[in-house]
Design a protein around this ligand. Structure first.
Ligand SMILES: [Zn+2]
Length: 281
């Protein structure tokens, strides 16, 4: 423990400033998206089995919905540019822009040097949850994904159905890539339906039973052509533990919807980031 300076309380009392005020971010046109959604018809679905991953493709301008079916279950979501798998979801910058948990009107951003919206959340039936008394909330971008390496580090053993491995297998199966090439494309996730936060006293990452129930869903508008990859986490509702076969697990349903021709008139795919990439040279 270090010695506190005489003005310690005064220093602690300084009010925080938001790192990235988002009022200059172009706002998504939710009115247009929802009007287009009202014309949309279902064009595909994928049922992700418990403790497995599955890929799905969504064209720019289409919608995809992730639903709880059968029982409470959280999902680990990866997104890639369908035509360039190196462009992928950037949970860290999404967190810096929108906060620890995301909901309606917020966007999933891609990694550098692309940094553009990949998808926009247009509906969240768990939006009512807010922030609970423990500081917990739903759909976080603070976790990474459960993985067998951390499991091995903390407890030894070789568990093969962590989200990292589920996402690796499903990406390899969908793309034909060898397992080791698919693995390095797997990235930090959006924890769909997962209820998490940081403890106030120790700052540790916590999880608690997800409030999700069958029928709940999170729905997105695809801003670019997407390859989605979703794992039904071995943690189930994440009320006790993950990285094992102990928890009760359920499938997750992904449905894709295409709007009517002309329903998105005036909308265009977001371009990649405009920074000139000269880095001062
Ligand atoms: Zn997981």
């Amino acid at each position: 423990m270090t010695q506190a300076p005489p003005d310690a309380e005064a220093r602690r009392a300084i009010a925080p400033v938001i790192c990235y005020p988002t009022d200059t971010l172009p706002a998504p046109d939710l009115v247009l998206y929802r009007a287009a959604r009202a014309t949309a018809e279902k064009v595909g679905e994928v049922l992700v089995p418990p403790r497995e991953g599955r890929c799905f493709e969504v064209k720019a301008g289409q919608f995809f919905r992730i639903s709880s079916v059968e029982g409470p279950q959280v999902g680990d979501l990866n997104l890639h540019n369908l035509h360039d798998l190196k462009e992928r979801f950037f949970s860290g910058k999404t967190r810096a822009l929108h906060g620890t948990h995301v909901t309606t009107g917020e966007r999933l951003w891609s990694n550098l040097p692309y940094l553009r919206p990949m998808a926009t959340i247009i509906e969240d039936t768990l939006g009512w949850y807010g922030i609970d008394q423990y500081g917990g909330s739903v759909h976080d971008v603070i976790g990474t994904r459960c993985d067998p390496y951390t499991g091995n580090l903390l407890a030894g053993g070789h568990y093969h159905h962590c989200c990292h491995s589920n996402l690796t297998r499903s990406l390899a199966d969908h793309t034909g890539l060898p397992l080791n090439e698919a693995e390095i494309l797997v990235h930090d996730v959006l924890n769909v339906f997962m209820c998490t936060g940081f403890t106030r006293d120790t700052g540790q990452y916590f999880m608690k039973a997800s409030p999700v129930r069958p029928g709940d869903y999170l729905e997105f508008f695809a801003e670019i052509d997407l390859l989605g990859n979703l794992s039904a986490c071995p943690g189930g509702d994440c009320s006790s533990e993950h990285s094992s076969d102990t928890a009760a697990c359920h499938p997750l349903l992904v449905e894709v919807f295409a709007p009517a021709q002309g329903a998105l008139n005036g909308w265009s795919e977001p371009p990649v980031n405009a920074y000139d990439r000269s880095h001062g040279r």
